[in-house]
Design a protein around this ligand. Structure first.
Ligand SMILES: *Cc1c(COP(=O)(O)O)cnc(C)c1O
Length: 473
């Protein structure tokens, strides 16, 4: 996977950038690498502007940058290739994901921001040649599924092999190419998955990928680098939809890739510029502003979700609660090992979680209501504080119906196999007061129970037969 000649061009720009970085909120080397996560979130890749003293990077809207002589500039030529606001956010993500790269290795230390999470995914797939085999977690974000099967299978001739990578035997079979499709060039994990909250053992899968010579990519949108840092566990590339927890305020759409490998960073830099699906300076500003409080928000998301999951599990109208923090979750032990809130102590240098880190299981809860569509509808329509909306990871609580909403593009048989039934509801628990959230859920559970009684009285036939809407994403 040698970067072609054009990447060298980009490399030259990167070197030129080193000089300019000091004037635009960057820093000359990867200082602060030993700082705790909370400190990295606020200071990672940042320093006050040497010209004005501004403690927060400016929003540079300029599309182009003046040159004093042809090819002589301060490291910034054109905003698709180089934008100071985007660079500031990218360097912050590099610090949070622990890329370990300095600006001498890569201008933005191995992190790359895109116009959306899917734009980041699309550019990541461009690391592969036409005809590649991609092994993909069976339960992935609906849009990733659509991009692979609806677009890249056709335009890039990808063979897409879906496998339950949360199952070590299935993961080994798929990655070593024993299954259909042959040896994969890329393995795509999500952990926890959306929406069934299965976990993949990143270290174990990354080790299998290394043996098989496949790139290991982890979509870390749900856990965020505050809880899990896949690069430190051996993944080659980590992806986050910054639309979700990293920006965290439901006011911007974006995505980011990060890598520890200087060679992959060079290739991703080339692709980011060549494909051009870059994050705008406005979005980079919002994403950076959000990232600075990621650790504080995640602590509250996790605490609220843990409490609500515990109470939901005891509630009458609920068949089953899926939350990695509950002992009833089949992978609770893996979750406790792999998902941890960083402590105030020093960040481990050699990977893995520091022993004093606290297990914390994220802000997403999935639940199976007793009954089906009638109960799901009644529950979601009765919510007042939780907003019925797609997306997740913002400060406000959201609820949605995956079968109709986010995962409408996944074929019905595959949804059924994954357990995404008509009574299946996904909650994104925000950072409101937990008692207000619980009061809202209690009211909605009562509405679901009432709908259940009504459906039973009416003989259920009609509601159960009501057709589900198709692809809404
Ligand atoms: C939302 C999401 C994406 C896609 O991100 P966009 O910013 O919506 O393009 C990818 N993966 C996961 C897990 C997501 O939740």
């Amino acid at each position: 996977m040698e970067p072609p000649a054009a990447a060298a061009e980009n490399g030259a720009a990167a070197v030129a950038n080193g000089g300019a970085a000091d004037r635009h909120g960057g820093h000359g080397h990867s200082h602060g690498a030993g700082h705790a996560f909370a400190t990295q979130a606020i200071h990672g890749g940042q320093r006050p502007c040497p010209t004005t003293g501004a403690v927060f990077p400016a929003i540079y809207t300029s599309s182009t940058f003046a040159q004093t002589s042809p090819g002589v500039h301060q490291g910034f030529e054109y905003s698709r290739s180089h934008n100071p606001t985007r660079f500031a956010f990218e360097r912050c993500v590099a610090a949070l994901e622990g890329t370990g790269l300095s600006e001498a290795d890569d201008t933005t230390c191995g992190a790359f921001a895109f116009a959306s999470g899917l734009a980041a995914a699309a550019t990541c797939f461009d690391l592969l040649d036409a005809g590649a085999t991609v092994v993909c977690m069976d339960d992935v974000y609906g849009g990733t599924y659509r991009l692979l099967n609806g677009v890249r299978a056709r335009t890039s001739g990808f063979t897409v092999v879906r496998a339950d990578l949360s199952d070590p035997a299935a993961a080994a079979a798929a990655i070593t190419g024993a299954g259909a499709g042959g040896a994969p060039a890329m393995v795509w994990l999500e952990t926890p998955t959306n929406p069934t909250l299965k976990l993949c053992d990143v270290a174990a899968v990354a080790a299998l990928c290394k043996e098989a010579g496949a790139l290991c990519v982890v979509d870390n949108t749900f856990a965020t680098p505050a809880l899990t840092r896949p690069l430190e566990l051996g993944a080659d590339v980590v992806l986050s939809s910054t639309t979700k927890y990293i920006a965290g305020h439901s006011d911007t759409v974006g995505g980011v890739l990060a890598t520890r490998s200087a060679a992959l960073a060079a290739r991703l830099r080339y692709l980011q510029n060549a494909v051009g699906a870059v994050m705008s300076p406005w979005d980079a500003y919002l994403a950076l502003r959000g990232a600075k409080t990621l650790h504080v928000r995640m602590a509250r998301h996790c605490a609220n979700a843990a409490e609500l999951a515990r109470r939901l599990e005891a509630a009458g109208a609920v068949e089953r609660v899926v939350y990695p923090g509950l002992p009833s979750h089949p992978q609770h032990a893996l979750a406790a090992r792999q998902m941890r809130l960083p402590s105030a102590g020093p960040r481990p240098r050699a990977g893995g979680a520091a022993p004093e880190d606290e297990p914390a299981f994220g802000g997403m809860i999935s639940l199976h209501l007793k009954g089906g569509l009638a109960e799901g509808r009644a529950f979601l329509e009765a919510l007042r504080l939780f907003t019925l909306a797609e997306s997740l990871g913002g400060v406000e609580s959201l609820a949605e119906h995956p079968a109709i909403m986010t995962h409408g593009s996944v074929p019905a048989e595959e949804r059924a196999a994954l357990g995404i039934t008509d009574g299946f509801v996904r909650l994104s628990v925000g950072i409101e007061h937990v008692e207000d959230l619980w009061a809202d859920l209690e009211g909605a559970l009562q509405a679901a129970a009432a709908a259940s009684a009504k459906a039973k009285a009416a003989g259920r036939g009609r509601a159960a037969a009501a057709p589900l809407a198709t692809a809404v994403l």
